[in-house]
Design a protein around this ligand. Structure first.
Ligand SMILES: Cc1cc2nc3c(=O)[nH]c(=O)nc-3n(C[C@H](O)[C@H](O)[C@H](O)COP(=O)(O)OP(=O)(O)OC[C@H]3O[C@@H](n4cnc5c(N)ncnc54)[C@H](O)[C@@H]3O)c2cc1C
Length: 361
């Protein structure tokens, strides 16, 4: 069987690698960093280790059928979410038919990244670390059909000429004791046209304020730590600027499965990215589509567009928010949270359950 190269040992890249190895291909994954999920791989938190829990709605059984990978051991169920929307608090309980989960990201043993890594090793996937593919010349050396799954890192977007938007972050994390902090909080406010998020899983808590397209102001950087402390009594010793990278939300036509001689996967492919909460789910599905695209081009293209059906709508929603910020965001989000208890059951039963690529994979 032909050898396949995958660039990027993240969620999409490792899912693709596992799928291809199971088909009998020798697979090599090239990863820029010195290990999975970041610089530190010990159980204590390294100085600048990015450890955070991503919250995501998932149909774990459907996902397992689609990918052949049961990720449930790496998922912690999340019953609800506390939201602060322009200063007003909402305690949202997710309806029974939406299953939300927290998954740890990063380099610790409990993370989803490490879960996939162990599986990939069992399947015989070879990893080469400290192997960045960055310049145009690096890309030209890759064999045709290489799967690129480099996430939010900007080099690939630049080398392949894919429109992208920078993402600015303000981040803190620390170890916490069981029950010390809530599992998930979200803040929506005039300080960012995206949102701020706090999450905690497996004894680690992370807080991230971010914004696409324009840097965070000093007032925003002071606002989020202050709100966390005053609303929830959560404090961090140190906050750091985080260069999150870029997102492909710059163009309504951005999602792409093929580019030049390459197959794209995960965030780089634009997979379901406009709604960040679909990111984990989208990356896993996308890994399978990219892996199968090598032999089943038509099937893969059909699946890819089915999964990205909502992209233009989401892009329009985004533009509306940016053009009318902060009033558009305030109006839409407040209305959404006020009405959520009334419509959520119906929404999930009659609308969300039919969105391809999410609950119905
Ligand atoms: C601020 C923010 C918050 C988010 N919150 C959530 C959330 O709550 N829920 C959710 O579902 N999703 C969330 N997401 C999205 C989610 O993180 C991504 O969708 C998911 O990680 C994408 O997987 P991936 O495989 O494309 O990229 P990644 O998992 O990031 O993997 C990319 C890999 O490629 C490697 N790499 C990069 N460049 C190179 C190179 N040049 N050469 C070699 N290797 C390279 C990287 O080191 C990394 O290992 C969030 C994203 C952001 C930006």
């Amino acid at each position: 069987m032909e050898k396949v190269t995958v660039v990027g040992a993240g969620l999409a890249g490792m899912t693709a690698a596992i799928w291809l190895a199971r088909q009998g291909h020798p697979v090599e994954v090239l990863e820029r960093r010195d290990g999975i999920g970041g610089p530190a791989r010990d159980t204590e938190m390294g100085e600048r280790t990015y450890v955070m829990a991503d919250g995501t709605p998932m149909d774990l059984e459907g996902l397992a059928r689609y990918t052949g990978i049961d990720i449930s051991p790496a998922c912690v169920p999340l019953a609800g979410l506390r939201a602060y929307v322009f200063g007003k608090r909402y305690d949202q309980v997710f309806p029974g038919n939406v299953r939300m989960y927290l998954v740890e990201r990063g380099s610790r043993a409990e993370s989803l990244d490490m879960f996939l890594y162990r599986l990939a090793l069992e399947e015989g996937v070879r990893f080469t670390f400290n192997a960045p593919v960055k310049t145009r010349a690096d890309f030209d050396r890759l064999p045709p059909g290489t799967i690129l799954a480099t996430g939010l890192f900007r080099e690939t977007f630049e080398a392949l000429g894919i429109p992208h938007t920078p993402v600015y972050g303000w981040f803190a994390n620390r170890l916490v004791k069981e029950g010390e902090v809530p599992p998930a909080l979200i803040y929506i406010d005039e300080h960012t046209w995206d949102y701020a998020f706090f999450s905690s899983v497996h004894g680690v808590a992370g807080a991230l304020l971010f914004q696409r397209g324009r840097p965070l102001t000093q007032a925003a950087k002071e606002w989020f730590p202050r709100r966390l402390a005053e609303d929830e009594g959560i404090e961090f010793e140190e906050w750091l600027p985080l260069d999150i990278g870029v997102l492909p939300t710059a163009s309504p036509r951005n999602p792409r499965l093929f580019q030049e001689r390459f197959i794209l996967a995960g965030t780089l492919a634009g997979m379901q990215d406009p709604v960040l909460l679909f990111g984990v789910h989208g990356a896993l599905i996308s890994g399978v589509i990219a892996a199968r695209a090598r032999r089943e081009r038509h099937w893969a293209l059909r699946e890819f567009w089915r999964m990205n059906l909502l992209w233009p709508l989401s892009w329009l929603n985004r533009r509306f928010i940016e053009l009318t910020f902060p009033w558009g965001l305030k109006g839409l989000t407040r209305l959404n949270f006020e009405l959520y208890p009334y419509y959520s059951r119906y929404l999930t039963r009659y609308v969300l359950a039919f969105i391809p690529g999410w609950l119905r994979v």
